[in-house]
Every structure is written in structure tokens, then in C-alpha cells.
Design a protein around this ligand. Structure first.
Ligand code: DGP
Ligand code: NA
Ligand code: NA
Length: 214
């Protein structure tokens, strides 16, 4: 028997980009404006530092713990997998998820350390496929001017440039590059248009698996 779903599903909208690309600000503004438009929407972020696995990741990022690169890679992936059932439930109930970082960060940050890109992809194969990835792209000039990143492990200019270049290799048909160089409000408007369209278009589409289904 065909399973008939009565509720149109929510969309999975993923934000990716280097550190300090404005993702967190844009995610918050997007959630606010979608809510004002009457959409059911929920904000998530990876890594989720509140879980047991997330605590290990947090200690590693804050330099209070050393871990093998491969171990860290698998922990970040496990931190996404532990959220998958609840994400599926939320989407099927008709709520759109706005997600600050996902599997693409997983590949970009680990491959930037020299790990094999396809090895890095493997553990995230089969996660929920995003309906849209919004890549906030900071140009090299502006990136170079940001001398003060933060104190966390990856927040160094040369590493960030490398991460950016790997992100660009990961683009898929459902990616949208958005220049992060303009004003917060201009960027927000552009994102709002993209996401409103995506929410409309994905309502009746099935949920697919990342790097598994078409
Ligand atoms: P954020 O909380 O978004 O600033 O992320 C923390 C740091 O961890 C940031 O430098 C990006 C990095 N990161 C996020 N996801 C992953 C991942 O899956 N793998 C690795 N290696 N690094 C990640
Ligand atoms: Na960061
Ligand atoms: Na962030």
C-alpha cells in the first residue's frame, strides 16, 4: 500500500562556510523572518556541543584535549548521526530545519588537514540530503584582512583558505553560493528569497539520503 502523508514536509536548509562567514547571524535572521511569514521552523547547529560526543568535540576545539585527526572526524560525523532520527521526525511533521553546518564542513575541515577526501565523505553517506545548501563565500581579500579570528583550533587564516577551496570542490546542484561580502541585510534578503522558494518546492518531494539517492 502506498503511504500517504497528510502533512507537507519541512525543508532541510543547510548553511556552510568558513569560520566568521556570518552563518550564525544569517541563520538567526532567517529563522526570525520565516517565523514572521508563518512558517514552522527550527534552528539547529553542528557540532551540537551539548551531547556527550559534543563535549569531546568542544574540548578538542578549545585545545584542552588532543585527539587523532581520524577520531575527531568520526566524532563530528557521529554527532550528526545522533540527531538524524529527531531531524527526520521534525521534517516529516512539516517543520523546516535551518542547520548551521553539516556534512560538508565535516569533509572540508578534515580534508584541509590532509585526510583523503573520499575517506572523509564515507561516514556521512546516508544522512538526510539537504534541499538547499547555502554557502556563504568570503572573498580572499576580506579573509586576509581578518587577522583576528578566534582562539579555537581551526581559526587561522591559511587553514581557512584551504577549507574554502575544499568547500568549492564539494558543490552539488542544490548548492547556492551567496557572497558574504555585502551588508547583513542585503545578504539576508537574498537568502530569504532562495529559502522561501525551496520550502515551496520541497513540500511534496520525498526525503532523500545524502550521497546515496539521486
Ligand atoms: P562552529 O561552532 O560552527 O564555529 O564550529 C566549530 C569549529 O569546528 C569550526 O572551526 C568548524 C569546525 N567544524 C564544524 N564541523 C566540523 C566537522 O564535521 N569536522 C571538522 N573536522 N571540523 C568541523
Ligand atoms: Na568557529
Ligand atoms: Na558559527
Amino acid at each position: 500500500r502506498m503511504k500517504v502523508s497528510t502533512t507537507p514536509r519541512g525543508s532541510l536548509i543547510v548553511f556552510e562556510g568558513c569560520d566568521r562567514s556570518g552563518k550564525t547571524t544569517q541563520c538567526a535572521k532567517l529563522v526570525e523572518s520565516l517565523q514572521a511569514q508563518g512558517e514552522e521552523v527550527k534552528l539547529m547547529k553542528f557540532p551540537d556541543r551539548t551531547t556527550t560526543i559534543g563535549t569531546l568535540i568542544n574540548n578538542y576545539l578549545q585545545m584542552s584535549q588532543e585527539l587523532d585527526d581520524r577520531v575527531v572526524h568520526l566524532l563530528f560525523s557521529a554527532n550528526r548521526w545522533e540527531a538524524i532520527e529527531s531531524m527526520k521526525k521534525t521534517l516529516k511533521a512539516g517543520t523546516t530545519l535551518i542547520v548551521d553546518r553539516y556534512a560538508f564542513s565535516g569533509i572540508a575541515y578534515s580534508a584541509a588537514k590532509g585526510l583523503d577526501l573520499e575517506w572523509c565523505r564515507s561516514p556521512d553517506i546516508g544522512l538526510i540530503k539537504p534541499d538547499k545548501v547555502i554557502y556563504l563565500s568570503v572573498n580572499e581579500q576580506i579573509m586576509s584582512e581578518r587577522v583576528n579570528y578566534g582562539n579555537e583550533r581551526y581559526e587561522k587564516i591559511d587553514f581557512q583558505k584551504c577549507v574554502h577551496n575544499i568547500f568549492l570542490q564539494l558543490q552539488e546542484p542544490y548548492w547556492q553560493n551567496v557572497s558574504a561580502d555585502g551588508s547583513i541585510d542585503v545578504i539576508h534578503k537574498e537568502i530569504n528569497t532562495i529559502v522561501s522558494e525551496t520550502i515551496r518546492d520541497s513540500k511534496v518531494k520525498p526525503l532523500l539520503k545524502l550521497w546515496t539517492d539521486g
